[in-house]
Design a protein around this ligand. Structure first.
Ligand code: ADP
Length: 358
């Protein structure tokens, strides 16, 4: 059995709101799992049910092979890092780190050794005598992480741990969290609404919408093989372009160009005759000019945004708009006509009714 197993988990709050629907997931020991999705999709609720801070309305939670639904938070062998850090302001860094072990009655010598070891891993050795108010946001965050990892629990739960940091500190702490995970090998579940954090940290991502899992997969799978319109639009920045159109004679028409989609859909194309589909392509997966084995489109350049490492080009395709990502050297002039190619393998088609990928 997997180390952590969620079977048909549901959460209905006392006011009747159904926040999590039939959540199924098996997590192996040592995995780094990220729950991602927009605010309010049920990520924290699911994490809190695993932590034992919220009861499970229906379904079963197994931790290390044992049914944990009725166990209290302390009996579950989990440690949680909160958004707010929840440090004790009147205690030094050393005492904040030591607190949980002191409560458990662990020997002073053992505590000292563990505190020093965690401080070393987290680069806090020089700050052990400081009070939390004399630390930067990033350092406080490290103490909060340290307090959780010092207990050597089975599962490490993190709820948006970087959201109180500025953009630069977030990038640094993100790399540190990855490094801590490599060093400790602790099974981790990490909640974020930030797709970049999800993509960079996760072994596997669970992407949620309105209380339901949309897809579970590696960052690679979510980026290259999204199962539906939501996942395709969520991962990637700028997001994937979607153009709604109707299939006629095995082709779709965009800005006066007929595109043969039978080569992409094979036998399935007949079933979509006269039906609406979304044609999708990522801004970064295009080539300027006219290429072979590609869908070639003409567009009008409305606006360009030079970002340094690349340029976002906002184009108009008759009825539709799209964003293209090109290198700065290729930046086209505004208010000109361009031709670009979408390699057939980089184009996606979605059923407009079900929103599933075809
Ligand atoms: P996320 O972490 O993805 O932002 P949450 O799990 O916090 O989302 O919340 C999921 C949904 O459940 C939201 O619509 C939220 O308003 C609702 N919710 C959270 N806590 C409660 C509660 N105690 N009672 C009723 N609804 C709640």
């Amino acid at each position: 059995m997997a180390y952590l197993s969620l079977k048909g988990i549901n959460k209905i709050y006392p006011n009747g709101f159904h926040a999590v629907h039939d959540f199924n997931l098996d997590i192996e020991k040592g995995e780094f799992i990220v729950f991602v999705g927009s605010s309010g999709c049920g990520k924290s609720t699911t994490l809190r049910m695993i932590a034992g801070l919220e009861n499970i309305t229906k379904g079963e939670l197994f931790i290390n092979g044992q049914l944990a639904n009725e166990k209290g938070p302390r009996e579950r062998e989990v440690a949680m890092v909160f958004q707010s850090y929840a440090l004790y302001p009147q205690m030094t860094v050393y005492d904040n780190l030591a607190f949980g072990l002191t409560l458990q009655g662990v020997d002073e010598d053992v505590i000292e050794q563990k505190v020093k070891n965690v401080a070393r891993i987290l680069g806090l050795t020089d700050y052990l005598d400081r009070m939390p108010r004399a630390l930067s946001g990033g350092q406080r965050q490290r103490v909060a992480v340290g307090r959780a990892i010092i207990r050597k629990v089975g599962v490490f739960l993190m709820d948006e741990p970087l959201s109180n940091l500025d953009a630069k500190q977030r990038v640094t702490m993100r790399a540190e969290i990855a490094q801590i995970h490599r060093e400790t090998g602790a099974t981790t579940i990490y909640v974020t609404h930030d797709q970049v954090e999800a993509m960079t940290l996760a072994d596997r991502i669970v992407i949620m919408k309105e209380g339901r899992i949309q897809q579970i997969g590696t960052p690679y799978e979510l980026y290259f093989k999204p199962v539906n319109l939501f996942v395709a639009g969520f991962i990637g920045e700028p997001p994937m372009n979607f153009i709604r159109t109707t299939v006629r004679g095995g082709c779709i028409e965009i800005a006066g160009k007929k595109l043969d989609i039978s080569c992409k859909l094979g036998d399935k194309v007949a079933a979509y005759e006269n039906k609406d589909v979304y044609f999708g392509f990522r801004p970064e997966n295009i080539v300027l000019g006219n290429r072979e084995n590609a869908y070639v489109l003409d567009a009008h350049v409305e606006l360009t945004e030079m970002l340094g490492d690349n340029t976002n080009v906002y184009v108009n395709l008759a009825k539709d708009n799209a964003i293209l990502k090109v290198t700065p050297y290729e930046t086209p002039d505004m208010d000109t006509q361009i031709t670009f190619s979408i390699p057939v393998e980089n184009a996606y088609l979605f059923d407009a009714e079900t929103e599933f990928v075809i």
